[in-house]
Design a protein around this ligand. Structure first.
Ligand code: A3P
Length: 286
């Protein structure tokens, strides 16, 4: 399929959810001090954080995750829906964004709003994104897995190069307004991850509340929740018969997709892009 992506400050955005108006709205958006942004490169655990964040902020009240679709519950800063639902958001507001740091609105920088940056092993991001491009009819077809790896390395994919995204947010000078977490850490011990998130946003949750939130944010529970699994999106946009949005939910699926040659090529390209950076990745690349 041929899809015309929106070009915005050097990155590509899909036209279904974004428009020049929505991007202008994001630029002028008035961030509040109590806002918490979940920040991700696509396929790093966005909707997972979308599920967790309101439950942490509201102390474990399950009402929103059963009554409001995820995209309206914790809307994307850059997407069209934000303007339509902004007045319904309860304070403190949870928001998500795929923006690199330098595209955050001026009001974010002048506020005390917090950001949770979720990182995922880029090899698993490529795999997840590849399957997502097959099911998401509003995106370009991915081509072969090998072709898709090349596009990913070159940054000719949604929201640009993964390494640029990581560099921008790892280099963000936000002090204690930012917390870094990995998808892998969440897979390994979700209650511990939720505890870290609740400490970061200043919610003192009981052990019982944390366990309850973890249960409702498990892969299986989210997969069965229509408000979280994207089944409300018409099939002509997202065809879950091809591949469900909540596909596997594991760390390390790349081992089932990469050849040794692809792994070597991928690792060397990513390492080269990150050469000289002062941060280290939380996992080894190979
Ligand atoms: P897979 O395709 O590897 O299964 P995003 O929300 O940023 O688009 O990321 C989607 C990825 O997060 C998918 O990865 C999806 O299955 C995974 N995911 C979503 N909710 C999850 C959960 N509760 N537990 C584990 N993985 C989850």
């Amino acid at each position: 399929s041929s899809v015309e992506y929106i070009q915005y400050h050097g990155i590509l955005l899909p036209p279904l959810a974004h428009s020049m108006e929505s991007l202008e709205y994001a630029e002028k958006f008035s961030v509040e001090d109590s806002d918490v942004f979940a920040v991700t490169y696509p396929k790093s655990g966005t909707i997972w954080m979308q599920e967790i964040l309101p439950l942490v902020l509201n102390g474990g009240d399950l009402t929103p995750i059963h009554t409001v679709p995820n995209w309206d519950r914790v809307p994307w800063l850059e997407e069209k829906r934000l303007a339509l639902v902004v007045d319904k958001l309860e304070s403190p507001r949870g928001l998500v964004t795929h923006f690199p740091y330098h595209l955050m609105p001026p009001s974010f920088h002048s506020s005390k709003a917090k950001a949770i940056y979720v990182m995922r092993d880029p090899k698993d991001i490529v795999v997840s994104s590849y399957h997502f491009h097959k099911m998401a009819e509003f995106l370009e077809s991915p081509g072969t897995f090998d072709e898709f790896i090349e596009k990913f390395i070159k940054g000719k994919v949604l929201f640009g190069k993964w390494t640029d995204h990581v560099k921008s947010w790892r280099g963000a000078d936000l002090g204690d307004r930012i917390m870094y977490i990995t998808y892998e850490e969440m897979v390994q011990d979700l209650p511990a991850a939720i505890r870290r998130i609740s400490d970061f946003v200043g919610r003192n949750l009981s052990e019982e509340a944390i366990q309850k939130i973890a249960e409702h944010c498990s892969f299986r529970t989210m997969k069965n929740n229509n408000m979280s699994n994207f089944s409300l999106v018409p099939k002509k946009y997202m065809n879950s018969d091809t591949s469900p949005f909540l596909r596997k939910g594991v760390a390390g699926d790349w081992k089932n997709h990469f050849s040794p040659e692809q792994l070597a090529r991928f690792t060397s390209a990513i390492s080269k892009d990150l050469e000289g950076e002062s941060f280290s990745l939380p996992w080894s690349l190979d």
